[in-house]
Design a binder for this molecule. Sequence first.
Ligand SMILES: [Zn+2]
Length: 100
Amino acid sequence: MPAKRCSRCQRIIGEGDLFYRLDIKVISGFDGIIKLGGHYDINAEIEKLKAYPEDLIEEEVYKEFHFILCPRCKEIYCSNPLHLGLDGEIPDHIPPVEDK
Ligand SMILES: [Zn+2]
């Protein structure tokens, strides 16, 4: 079996060494509301979509990433998974935008 490497720091992870799988799924959200502009031509939109390569359309809706992390890189990743500014406490979720 070929040696595993940490996807972040490239350290070799030997057989039996502790490592972590990082599986990220980015899925398009939908709140049930479709905003249409002033003039909306459904047929023109369908024709536009047919012109796009299928894999690009799929990536707009769903994308997966798979990584292997060594214990140190797992700690670094988990301490700030969204690379937010380090001027405060890191939240474990982002609150929804409030209406003004
Ligand atoms: Zn690492």
